[in-house]
Design a protein around this ligand. Sequence first.
Ligand SMILES: N[C@@H](CCC(=O)N[C@@H](CS)C(=O)NCC(=O)O)C(=O)O
Length: 209
Amino acid sequence: MGDLTIWTLDWVPQGPRGFVRDLRLRWACEEAGLAYQVKTVPFGDRETNHLDHQPFGQVPYMSDGDLEIFESGACLLHLGRKSAHLLPREPSREAETIQWVVAALNSVEMVTVPWWFLEITGAAENGLTPWMEGRLNHMERVLGEREWLVGNRFTLADLLMADVLRVEKVRAFGTRPATENFLNRMTSRPAFQKALQDQLMHFASSDQA
Ligand SMILES: N[C@@H](CCC(=O)N[C@@H](CS)C(=O)NCC(=O)O)C(=O)O
């Protein structure tokens, strides 16, 4: 292993900038102090131009020497194995972190993404709203009771839950002060800010190219 590379698109329109999921991996590397480079696949024929690396034609995927891995959650867990800062080594804390990583993807993002998609496609009624509201309200309760999702420090659990919950339309839907407080704390972390600025610069530089 070695030569950590995060693969993303060479360009995206303004809308998704700052939210392309390579940011999760950049953020994790920045938090852990892991050296990495960023490489790209073309936006134009993205559905088919990298199916050998990401079978759904999406980004991100990651290479680490000979190892290659797709799905942002799997990539984060791989980074967690490299850094106890991201994934605690104490077995119960490690299990809790993995649990929240899966919850972010499979209990929260699995409804926020289709909800958001229906919103932007202008569906007259969004039938997913009650389902999403339930999940967001449960997270509000959890985040009202604790500062960190696992133990008393930052882990991948916070990183991924924050990245899922910070999506603009989701964040603007309803009033959840504990969630808002959590998101403000997470997105003001220097590692997040560095990852965000780097992603924005990456896409801006391909506007000029
Ligand atoms: N479950 C995947 C989702 C990846 C995903 O939705 N990627 C978006 C960018 S953030 C993408 O590649 N969109 C382009 C497309 O689907 O054509 C993961 O977490 O890695």
